[in-house]
Write a protein that binds this ligand. Structure first.
Ligand code: SF4
Ligand code: SF4
Length: 354
């Protein structure tokens, strides 16, 4: 009864947030060049990207269309690997000049002491670094023997800064699944305060690789691991925003599932496309900064994100949890979009009483 009431209240909150659609996070895919070649990468990033990095001025012109950004508004530099841009500090400074915050998502490979200091001096406020296991499983996933050694340095530096809002993300797969407790201990020893876990979307180069994907039983164990970890208070562990997890909804995150793509999260992609979360299907683009006013697009378009009734198709058609889930994370709709790619709730139901 209490749970149902909480869910009903949350739906009211979600409706109000959707109506208001305040832009809080703007992801900028500032490069699609990357110095690694990860097995799980669903993007087209590579060492020799098809696209040139977006010139800073082009991005700033779009940024300057935003009228009265909220005090929480943050530009998140993502890629590819943002640290491959030689002008990354200049990008940060220009964003700060406008009174806005900026943050970055990085694989940590190029994050050394000198970079750490120069980024802090350029006003970096938050940083997310990904680590996908202990040494052997991380290097396997990253396809690079030095990758763990480098990310270990990056994590140590970032965790040592009291100015940075820093978290670590891990994509959980069959190889690192048995290491979760050890990774947790490692992160605590490094001084990391927040750890987000996510699973892989079956698209791109990961799709054919069975080792990338947890079994349904392992997925339930992952939920148990996260909920149990949250009762210990030594590190803030949470499941990413990626999907609705039924019976675990109140146990694995700070709040109920809410895919904020197109509601509070926008993005400007490498070719100028205006979208929501950077990892969603690119056919969802709402315009392009090279021909449209970014903020006007944000204010007046995004219908598919703000009215998700179109997701009531395929397995979601008859789902009794639809009103709480609304078709799972937007990034699970690809291709013809006739069915959601993954239903976490279904996976959990399959393993009830096991
Ligand atoms: S069937 Fe669709 S709406 Fe229902 S829980 Fe699964 S993804 Fe969500
Ligand atoms: S699209 Fe996916 S990753 Fe992005 S906000 Fe929605 S659930 Fe989260």
């Amino acid at each position: 009864m209490v749970t149902m009431l909480k869910q009903a209240l949350f739906r009211v909150f979600r409706k109000l947030e959707t109506k208001h659609h305040e832009l809080n996070y703007l992801f900028w895919e500032c490069t699609t060049r990357c110095n690694l070649n990860c097995r799980h990468c669903g993007s087209d990033c590579s060492k020799d990207s098809f696209y040139k990095d977006m010139p800073l001025d082009d991005f700033l012109k779009a940024l300057d269309t935003i009228e009265s950004p909220s005090e929480h508004f943050t530009v998140v530099l993502t890629g590819g690997e943002p640290l491959l841009r030689k002008d990354i500090e200049l990008c940060g400074r220009e964003i700060r000049k406008r009174g806005m915050r900026w943050s970055m998502v990085s694989n940590g490979y190029l994050y050394n002491n000198e970079k750490h200091i120069s980024l802090l001096n350029a006003g970096l406020g938050a940083l997310t670094i990904s680590i996908d296991g202990l040494e052997s499983s991380h290097n396997w996933l990253r396809n690079n023997d030095k990758s763990f050694e480098r990310v270990d340095i990056a994590i140590g530096l970032a965790a040592s800064s009291s100015r940075l809002n820093f978290d670590v993300v891990t994509c959980v797969n069959k190889r690192n699944f048995q290491e979760l407790e050890e990774i947790r201990t490692y992160l605590i020893q490094k001084g990391v305060k927040a750890w987000r876990l996510f699973t892989i979307v079956p698209i791109g180069r990961a799709k054919e690789d069975d080792e990338m994907f947890l079994t349904d039983h392992q997925f339930r164990e992952l939920m148990d691991f996260i909920s149990e970890s949250r009762t210990r208070k030594d590190i803030d562990v949470k499941f990413s925003c990626e999907g609705f997890v039924g019976e675990y909804e109140s146990k694995v995150r700070d709040s109920n599932f809410f895919c904020r793509a197109g509601i509070n999260i926008g993005s400007i992609l490498i070719d100028g496309s205006i979208s929501a979360c950077p990892n969603i299907d690119r056919t969802f683009s709402q315009g392009n900064i090279y021909k449209d006013n970014f903020f006007s697009v944000w204010q007046t378009k995004y219908e598919l994100f703000r009215d998700r009734s179109w997701t009531k198709t395929g397995k979601c058609t008859e789902c009794k949890d639809y009103k709480n889930c609304q078709g799972n994370g937007f990034h699970y709709w690809h291709g013809e979009k006739k069915n959601v790619l993954v239903c976490h709730n279904e996976r959990l139901k399959k393993t009830t009483n096991c």
